[in-house]
Design a protein around this ligand. Structure first.
Ligand SMILES: Nc1ncnc2c1ncn2[C@@H]1O[C@H](COP(=O)(O)OP(=O)(O)OP(=O)(O)O)[C@@H](O)[C@H]1O
Ligand SMILES: [Mg+2]
Length: 426
């Protein structure tokens, strides 16, 4: 009975916000009960304070560890700063070949080759062929290991995921194409053993081809956003430089970067810019394009099937591509992107209309029926055009008739487009 009273007392203490309530509660107690109750209250308060102290102690421990880490980082940075401000300017070189444990053949910037020693601070096991190092200017001792050099243009190609991600659900009706790309490109990267078990060589590259606006680039972006590997997104025309010899160098650097950052996918968009059939005569730009293509062909041959580097190329002009580029071993699978059928058009329309503020029931069936011959980009344009019509009418929502009007307008504009052939005759 007393015990219960004590417990109640503790609870009431926790609840009591002002002294008056507390006084009333104490007054209602008998003598013996009062003493036990106040003891229990004291124990309860002690436990609370004890627990708080423990959690603070834990927090202090974590903060101390964090402070220690910061101190170490600060010391390291200060060391580096000291090193760079006090040592004389050093030479940058590249290890050509280790000659035993202490001596190394090193190539310095000007192409001069030297046999040098290493400082005891440099880890010998890391000094393999191709490692960039700094050399002390007077004794040519290897002082430091530098990170690999990355061409800034290649660095720009690396896909950064910063909000512009495309998910697989943003692709309307590209089920077969997505499955093919994932089987031929993603599977060898994540499960290379399965190819060894079956005894087939893993593919190196695929070509996505088809009319403009059918989702080739979009699919590549979706793959890059969803796969856990380095992704180089390259617009092929950017590989052609006006300086002779620089374009093939870019291709080389690109593949070098890919090999150093495996698993890696290189996406070459609009490959017809550099992959055109070579001509027997040509000047200026054409010659440079040919050189890029030759370098690309040799790079594609250069890496092993077992390397985790895969290439995806995309074009809407497969008919002009050089046959050497298309042969199996370089491009193992050609994936066609045809104009979307009715079902796919419906999916694409719904994907792009999902973000629009609408009023009334939109007759999607009718819009899709009217859009015969439209590609994915046209379907997106129907939504944009409908939105523009609504804006012009002073609404902040789209009504069903806006979609039909937009559809008719775009259908008429489309009749003026030239009808090119996008079929490949492989
Ligand atoms: N299947 C699709 N699902 C959803 N949207 C699509 C689809 N196809 C095209 N689109 C829309 O059209 C736009 C253009 O598509 P994309 O750039 O992928 O075309 P492409 O096939 O690369 O054309 P090109 O050959 O001219 O480069 C996309 O940004 C997207 O909004
Ligand atoms: Mg494209």
């Amino acid at each position: 009975m007393l015990h219960t009273a004590g417990k109640e007392g503790a609870t009431s203490l926790a609840k009591a916000k002002d002294g008056e309530k507390w006084a009333m509660y104490m007054a209602s107690m008998e003598d013996g009960e009062e003493e036990i109750s106040s003891r229990l209250v004291a124990i309860f308060t002690y436990t609370c304070v004890f627990n708080t102290r423990n959690s603070w102690q834990e927090e202090t421990k974590t903060d101390k560890a964090y402070l220690e880490d910061l101190k170490i980082a600060l010391e390291e940075t200060e060391d580096e700063l000291n090193y760079f401000t006090t040592t004389h300017a050093e030479l940058v070189g590249e290890v050509v070949q280790p000659l035993g444990k202490e001596r190394f053949l090193v190539k310095v910037n000007e192409g001069v080759r030297l046999i040098v020693n290493r400082s005891s601070l440099v880890d010998q096991s890391k000094l393999v062929s191709g490692t960039r190092v700094t050399l002390e200017r007077r004794t040519f001792t290897i002082m430091r290991i530098l990170p690999p050099e990355v061409n800034p243009l290649v660095h720009k190609m690396v896909c950064q995921h910063d909000g512009g991600d495309v998910s697989y659900s943003d692709l309307g009706g590209l089920t077969h194409q997505l499955r093919d790309v994932r089987d031929w490109i993603e599977r060898p990267l994540i499960d290379p053993d399965i190819f060894e078990r079956v005894g087939v060589k893993p593919p190196k590259g695929v070509l996505l081809y088809g009319p403009p606006g059918t989702g080739k680039t979009l699919l590549a972006k979706a793959i890059s956003s969803n796969i856990n590997s380095t992704f180089l997104m390259v617009v092929s025309s950017s590989l052609v430089s006006k300086y002779v010899g620089e374009s093939p160098l870019m291709v080389r650097e690109m593949f070098k970067y890919a090999r150093e950052h495996q698993p890696c996918i290189i996406f070459l968009d609009e490959i017809d810019a550099i992959g055109r059939r070579r001509s027997s005569y040509g000047e200026g730009d054409t010659r440079e394009c040919d050189r890029v293509l030759i370098e690309l062909l040799s790079q594609l041959d250069g890496f092993n099937e077992l390397d985790k580097v895969k290439v995806i190329m995309a074009t809407n002009r497969p008919d002009v591509l050089d046959p050497a580029l298309l042969r199996p071993g370089r491009i193992d699978k050609k994936i066609e992107f045809s104009l979307p059928n009715e079902d796919s058009r419906m999916r694409i329309l719904k994907i792009h209309a999902s973000g629009i503020t609408k009023q009334g029931d939109i007759d999607y069936e009718k819009v899709v029926k009217l859009s015969e011959g439209f590609n994915g980009a046209d379907m997106r344009n129907v939504c944009t055009e409908a939105g523009m019509l609504a804006l012009r009418a002073g609404h902040d929502y789209v009504v069903p008739s806006d979609f039909i009007k937009a559809e008719t307008k775009l259908g008429e504009a489309k009749k003026l487009e030239s009808s090119a052939q996008y079929n490949a005759d492989f």
